[in-house]
Structure formats: C-alpha cells, structure tokens
Design a protein around this ligand. Structure first.
Ligand code: ADP
Ligand code: MG
Ligand code: MG
Length: 890
C-alpha cells in the first residue's frame, strides 16, 4: 500500500484517497497548468493515524523519498540556511469543509533560514513577514496556542507605529514581532518554536490529521451529513509568494457567479498578501476585474485557465491562485458551491453550451435547492428603512433579533427566538451560532469570506461586507452610517438576495418560482434572469424521466386545487378526521361517542353523513379524473372530546353553583372511559370501525353517494377507500364486507355502478410482515411510514424529538431523524418485504406511500428503488418530490 502520491500521479477521481484538494491539484498538474510541485499523503495514512495514534510505519520513508524528489525538482533543500525550500502543509478531505481544518504555510523557515530567504528574494521585509506568519499559524494550529495572543501582539506593534495596516510594518518591526511570537510560544507551551524543518513538517502533518476530529469539524460534518470516517489527506505543496511586493498577490475566483449563476468575472484579489489574508478579510480586497489593470498578462492567463477548467470539469469551478512577481500559480480548484438559483441557471446554461445533457442537468440540482427557491422573499416595495447595502452572499429573507455572538445566538434560538447573528466577520468558532441563526450579517469580507462560504453551504441567508455598519461586539450593538444604534435584541431584516439590511420586520412576498407553479407569474416577469425558465425546463425533464407518480396529501378542495397546479397526479391521503372538526360537527361527533344505544348512534351518524358527503363532492370535483384515496377515521376519539382538565373544572364549577350540566357530566364520564395510557397504540384506526357500529359504513356511504352524484353530473370521480392501522387480514375482511354491502346499496339506490377500490395502510410491523395475506383483501397498499417508523423503532413521535433525539444526533446514532428521512435498514427493509409479498399475492397491487417521507428527497429515492407506484406528500413538497423522482430514475 502506497501512502504518498506525487501531484503528477493522482487525478480528479481519486478524491476518496487524496481528498478533493489533492485530487484536483493532481488533475491541474496533469492538465499542464502552473501548479507548484508537491505531493499528497493519503486519507488511508490519516485513518491509521487516527485509529492507532501513530503514523503507519512506512510513511516516514515514503515522505522522505517524495521530499527528496521535490527538493531535486526545485533545486533547494527544505529549510536550507542559504536558500530554503518552503512548503505548505494543507488539509483536504473528500468533501470540502471550508475553514474547518488546518493549513500551515511557510514550513521550513527558522532562525537559520530566514536570512537565506531574505537574500534570495532580495527582500528582507518579506522574509520576516513570512516567518512571523509561520510562527503564528504553527503556534495556533499545531501547538494549540490561543491565536488572540498573536493577534494582540501584532495589533500592539501596529498601534506603536500609529498604523492600522500590516504593510506599514518594516523588516525591523517584523523581526521584533517574530521575537515576541517566539516568546509567546515559549510561555504557552514550555518549549521553543521548533527550528528543525522536518520536525516542523511532521508536526504540521499530525496537526492536520488531528484537525479531522476537531469539534468544529465534527459539527460541520453532522450539519452537512458528511460521514465521520473518511479522514483527511495532507498536501505538501512548495510555497509560492504573494507577499513579495506590489507585483505579487493572491486571490480567489469563480468561473461564474456562485450567487446568481451568471457568467462574468467574479472573484477577489489582494495585492502583496498571502492566501489566508483574503479569506480572513484582514484587508479589503479589490474585485478580480481590477487585476486586469494591475497585471494584464497574469489576468489574461487566469481567464484562459478558467475557461480550460470549466470545459474540463463541465461545471462552475472555484479557484485559489497566487501571483509571485508577475508569475501566476494555481493553488486550488474544485467544482464550486453555489446557491440554489445559480445551480438551476448554471445547469441549463451548460446544456445550452453543449457541455452537458439534460439528464446531467437534472442530476446537478436537487430538491433541497428547489425547496429553497420556493421560500418567500421581502416585499420590494417595502417602506422599511434600509440602513445598509452589503454584499448578497447567500439568498433568502431573514428576520430576527440582532445578536452579536455565537453563544447568545444559540441560547436565544433554543428558547424559541429568531435571531440574526451580526459580526464584523465570522470565523470557524462561530459555526454553532450560524447554524442557530436565521441569517448572518457581517460588516467585512466579500463573497468568498468565511461567512459567505459557510452560509451558502448551509443554505442560510447571509449579507456580508456591509461596510456602512460599525459593529461593536463588545458593546453588543451596531451603528449605522447615519448614527442609528441597533442594540442586542432589536429586530432587523436582511435580504441575502439583494444584500439589503433593514431595521425592523419587513413583510415578505411569495417567490417567483411558487408563482410559476401557481400559474400566477405574469408573462415577462421572469424573471430573475431566466430562473423560472431554468426551473421549468428541468422540471419538465424530471417529469419525462420519472416512473414514480406524485400525489398530494390534501383534505379539502383548496389544497387539492393547489396540489393540481403543483403537478399532483391525485390525492394519496385525504384525512377524514379534519372533516369532523368545527363547532357544529364536533357536537354531532360528541353525540356519536356518547351514544349508548343504536338509535342515538344512528341519529348522530345520519346527521354527519350529508356533511361528509358534501366535503367529498367538492374534493372529487377538484380532483376530477384523478384518484383520491380517502382514509377512514383514524385518530383516537379523545381527540374529539374536550380536554379532561378543562372539562373537570367546568363540571366542578357547575356543581358548586348547584347547576349541573347533564351533557358535560356524560362527556366527562366518556373522557374518563376513553382515557388510554398509550392512545397511539389504543382505540384508533380500523379498531374504531370494528367497535363503533356504522361508523365506517357511514363514511363509505358518504364517499359512494358523493361519487354517484358527481358521476350523474358528468364528472369523473375516482375515490379509493383506505383502512388505517390494520395489523391482520381478519380486520380488513370484516370492514371489507361492510363496505361492499354499502356500495351495493348505493348502487342499487342511485343506479350508478361504482368502481371504488378498497385498500389499506401498511403502518404496523405485523401488517408489513403478513403483507402477503393482507393483499388478499386489499387492492392497494399505502405505506404509512410515520406510524411505521414509530412502531418499528418504538419511538413516540410526539415526544422523542424534544427528549432524546438531540443526544442521539450528537452521538451520531443517526445522522438524521428517522421521521425525516426513511430508515432504509429497518423501516425500509419492512417496506421492501411488504412490496414483494404483496405483489406475490396480487401482481397488480397498487403501492404508494403517504406521510412526511413522501416529500423527503432521500426517501423518494428509496421509494423509487423499492418499486412503489407513487409517493404522496403535502402540496408544497410536490415539486420537490417530482424533481427527486426524476433524479432517482436517471
Ligand atoms: P483552505 O482549505 O482553508 O482554503 P488551503 O490549504 O487552501 O486551506 O490554504 C490556505 C491558504 O493558503 C489558501 O489561500 C491557499 O491558496 C494558500 N496556500 C496554500 N498553499 C500555498 C502555497 N504552497 N503557496 C502559496 N499559498 C498557499
Ligand atoms: Mg483553499
Ligand atoms: Mg398512521
């Protein structure tokens, strides 16, 4: 096994082994682009180190061999006193984790070699600046010294000089700072800053390995659902210097705008600086376009390299580069992160450029991005006071109370407040706060600052670089250009799509993508530069590709109509319990529950029947020509009765007044009688139908009569009757007999022959296990994966999220709640079993799923693989389900 690869040996497909950075450095090297030579230590070496606490035995010699080769190539030796080779030691995992792990630049500098570097470069200031950077980065990341100490020492030196700019510090100042820094290291670690270059390198490599398991890296991985066992590679890259003077510099670039997707020149450049300065927002960068005026040749070369990279990767790339005395060097590239809108626009642009086909375009976007585009945005015509106009770093409209540190953001959001995290600039320590906040506002940094990159990755609203704002995190407030003060807790609104910042709460308007689905987007209004057009083309292709049909969960005509506009191909779940609510109906339902003889019960049912029927008529009309699956009454009856405490108080008060209410007394008795310790496992679902004579019959009659009425009126109603919570075929057989009898009666009475399918939900493990038998009596199955998850795991859905799920997520027992994304191994296995058994009994058995999972991207892919016919989800999730069903099929 080989643990070290030269940049000339790897390629972009080796991300598992070389990490994204290493694989792409190799790819660029092999494309003949100017990459400083170097080599990559594999993730396998890191895994061994993390598992055993030490490097794999052969690593040291392999590294020595590659270092020798590198020294040969460069004609310099690492840390050589006369002419030192310097290297960077850079982390790089398979998936990019911006700023989460460590990198150390200028390894190889020491008291002995700093003079050599100065002589070779003919620039003493540069050598000492590089040395102080090494001690600072090494001290912080490798030796664990508090970075603030270095920052403060540097600030103090600038203050003493009466300047705020690093560039005003001369060689002598920097030399003094180096001494100061070495003192800090000695004080804090009890040892001297290591002078042996190879020792520096080895320690840095270990620090990078260790950074894989830093708290912030772990938190980021959980958030982004990146597996914890991938480990990081380490890249050793010969240094090039952007801090050699005005003809040098460093920057970041995108081949298109990652926020909008538009083509153009996007990026930031910083003269006379080393790479980390750009991201840290130390000094203000200039737009990349300005480089043209500073260094035409490098600019042209960069533009041409960007075209090469886009054509090669066939996607948006982001790039880190450095110019050393007029010579351009490429230090990193990768397929860049982008906003949801950019993802759709870019995918379609690349199709039009002939670089990718529509399948690939569909593959490049996802349901989460589509969902983001459906968020409402701020009302443009707002009268709210705009106090700043920063950089639109990550889209969305966020309103919340201003908070100025991560801790408060987390604390307040835990107690249910919506907060906006306001900082001068963010750093990786702010991650918790960024996750907790609705949005992030910074006064410094550009589109490539930490805040911007991380927020885009999380899909969180962010405005950065709002320079008019004076942010004072110590006093917990910011001041606007015209002197207004916003204190911690004041409401602000930020628009990540425009960069605007408002005082107070700004009203929001619907997104154009939703208006497009609704059909209310007026012609020519697209349109956010072709965004709606891009969504339209990709959705159309998803619809062509997908084999899963998409239905809606809808209980009324309004929802059904919206669902149709969003592309629903029927209703997969109509809950009838919602039809039992409302003042008038509630009274009848109470009478039904209180009835202790046939006559009272029949009277209550007879009153409810026409009300139910009217509901169904409307619903079938809205879904004319499409299937509507109606679930018979499911919830425990106590949900329809008054709250026990409230009722007890009412009865007690009435008794005290010597004016007892007969009905309340009976209700209270009923509530006591119906009280169950575990109502979700109690009298509900099919059990209600079996225990309350006539209840299911009444519902089926309402469905059948409504269908007959629609049919006579020229409609095409397609109801399906669904029995919930069945555990054994015997239950279903009894209900089935009753239903068939009712259907026959309705047909006889109306003369309309009805073809109403009868099926069941599969939401208990026993039902899934005996699906072969159940299919004898069911024409369709709909998997109720909410209850199935609840019963398979033994989790009470209403309680666990608040009690122990956080702990489970933190401990990595699952990466995401099984109520959100289907648990393939457990619940999923039962679904697959039921599919196989059910179809074995009845080959034309129709199979669907209703419940939250029906609109969850990952779950949709599972249902496609499991061979279901349709998923059903809430109307708003329908476009997401359509898109993901299409993606699952390619
Ligand atoms: P990150 O993953 O946090 O971007 P990097 O390893 O890319 O970390 O390095 C941090 C910064 O240092 C980047 O701006 C990068 O371009 C710069 N850098 C890394 N290696 C070198 C090098 N050999 N020469 C010059 N700059 C470098
Ligand atoms: Mg980088
Ligand atoms: Mg259920």
């Amino acid at each position: 096994q080989k643990f070290v690869y030269d940049f000339t040996e790897g390629n972009k497909d080796l991300k598992d082994l070389l990490g994204g950075k290493g694989a792409n450095l190799a790819e660029m090297t092999n494309l003949g682009l100017p990459v400083p030579p170097g080599f990559t230590i594999t993730t396998e070496a890191c895994k061994v180190y993390l598992d055993t606490g030490s490097e794999p035995a052969p690593l040291r010699d392999e590294v020595s061999a590659h270092l020798d080769a590198l020294e040969q190539k460069m004609g310099k030796r690492l840390g050589d006193a006369a002419d030192p080779l310097l290297v960077s030691v850079r982390s790089g995992a398979k998936f990019s984790m911006p700023g989460m792990m460590d990198t150390v630049l200028n390894i190889g500098l020491s008291d002995a070699s700093v003079g050599g570097l100065a002589n070779q470069a003919g620039n003493e200031r540069f050598a000492w600046d590089s040395y102080r950077r090494l001690i600072q980065m090494f001290g912080k990341t490798v030796l664990g010294v508090d970075g603030e100490l270095f920052e403060e020492a540097l600030e103090a030196a600038k203050d003493a000089k009466g300047t705020g700019d690093d560039l005003d510090l001369d060689a002598a100042d920097l030399k003094a700072i180096v001494e100061r820094f070495k003192g800090i290291v000695r004080d804090r670690t009890g040892r001297d800053f290591p002078q042996d270059p190879r020792e520096q390198m080895d320690l840095a490599v270990h620090a990078v390995f260790d950074s894989w398991n830093s708290d912030r890296a772990k938190l980021y991985r959980r958030q982004e659902r990146i597996p914890g066992d991938l480990a990081t590679a380490v890249n050793i890259c010969s240094m090039v210097f952007g801090n050699l003077g005005a003809d040098s510099g460093t920057g970041v670039a995108f081949t298109r705008d990652p926020a909008s997707g538009y083509q153009g020149v996007y990026g930031d450049y910083l003269q006379n600086a080393q790479g980390e300065d750009v991201v840290a927002g130390i000094r203000n960068t200039v737009p990349l376009a300005d480089l043209e005026g500073l260094d035409q040749a490098s600019y042209d070369q960069l533009m041409s390299i960007m075209t090469t990279l886009e054509n090669h990767y066939r996607d948006l790339c982001d790039i880190e580069f450095t110019i050393e005395r007029g010579k351009l060097w490429m230090l990193q590239t990768r397929v860049g992160k982008r906003t949801a809108a950019a993802a759709f626009r870019i995918a379609v642009q690349l199709v039009d450029q002939g670089l990718i086909d529509l399948d690939e375009a569909l593959h490049r976007v996802n349901g989460a991005q589509l969902a983001q585009l459906m968020f409402p945005r701020f009302d443009e015509s707002t009268k709210a006071e705009r106090v700043a106009w920063g950089i639109a770093a990550s889209p969305g409209a966020a309103v919340g109370k201003a908070v100025f540190d991560s801790y408060t953001a987390v604390k307040w959001s835990r107690s249910g407040e919506q907060v906006i995290l306001v900082r001068r600039e963010t750093n990786p320590d702010d991650l918790d706060g960024m996750i907790a906040a609705e949005g992030i506002l910074t006064s410094r940094g550009g589109k490539t600052s930490h805040a911007a990159v991380v927020a885009r990755g999380m899909g969180k609203t962010c405005v950065c670089g709002a320079e008019e704002l004076e942010v004072d995190t110590k006093k917990r407030r910011f001041t606007t250009a015209d002197g207004k003060v916003v204190e911690e807790g004041d409401l602000i609104s930020i628009d990540g799509s425009t960069g605007k910042v408002y005082l107070g709460e700004v009203p929001v308007v619907p997104s154009p993508v939703v208006e497009y689905f609704e059909g209310t987007l007026h012609a020519g209004a697209d349109e956010q530069g072709g965004l709606v057009q891009a969504v339209h083309r990709i959705m159309a292709h998803a619809d062509v590709r997908r084999s899963l049909r998409v239905r809606a969960n809808a209980d009324n005509a309004d929802d059904a109509n919206r669902a149709r506009r969003f592309g629903a191909q029927g209703i997969g779940l109509c809950r009838t319990e919602h039809m039992f609510l409302g003042e008038e109906r509630r009274r009848e339902v109470e009478q039904l529950i209180l009835a202790d003889n046939d006559k009272d019960r029949e009277a209550a049912l007879a009153t409810l029947m026409p009300l139910q029927k009217a509901d169904f008529v409307e619903l079938f009309q809205a879904m004319d020509g499409l299937p509507v699956t109606v679930r018979l009454l499911d919830p425990p009856l106590h949900e329809f009765l008054p709250d026990i405490t409230e009722l007890s108080v009412r009865v007690a008060l009435a008794e005290a007044r010597k004016d007892p209410n007969e009905n309340d007394l009976r209700l209270l008795q009923a509530v006591h009688k119906l009280h169950e310790a575990n109502p979700m496992l109690g009298l509900r679902g099919v059990r209600l139908g079996l225990v309350i004579p006539g209840l299911f019959g009444m519902q089926v009659r309402a469905i059948a009569e409504a269908a007959a009425e629609r049919r006579r009126g020229g409609g095409d109603p397609r109801p399906e009757v669904m029995i919930p919570l069945v555990g054994t075929v015997q239950e279903l057989e009894i209900v089935r007999d009753e239903c068939e009898q009712v259907l026959a009666e309705v047909t006889a009475a109306t003369g309309v022959k009805l073809d109403i399918k009868l099926g069941t939900m599969i939401e208990l493990p026993r039902a899934a296990l005996t699906a072969g038998q159940i299919a004898e009596a069911a024409e369709f199955f709909s998997f109720g994966t909410n209850d199935l998850t609840q019963t398979v795991w033994g989790f009470s859905r209403d309680d666990v999220e608040a009690s122990f799920f956080t702990a489970y997520l933190e401990k990595g027992i699952f990466g995401v709640s099984p109520f959100e994304t289907i648990d393939r191994d457990g619940v999923g296995a039962l679904v697959k079993h039921a599919v196989t058994e059910g179809r074995a009994t009845r080959p034309d058995l129709k199979l669907g799923v209703c419940g939250e999972h029906g609109g969850d991207p990952d779950s949709v892919h599972f249902f496609h693989q499991a061979g279901l016919d349709y998923v059903s989800c809430s109307p708003f999730r329908i476009p997401v389900a359509r898109l993901e069903a299409g993606r699952a099929a390619i």
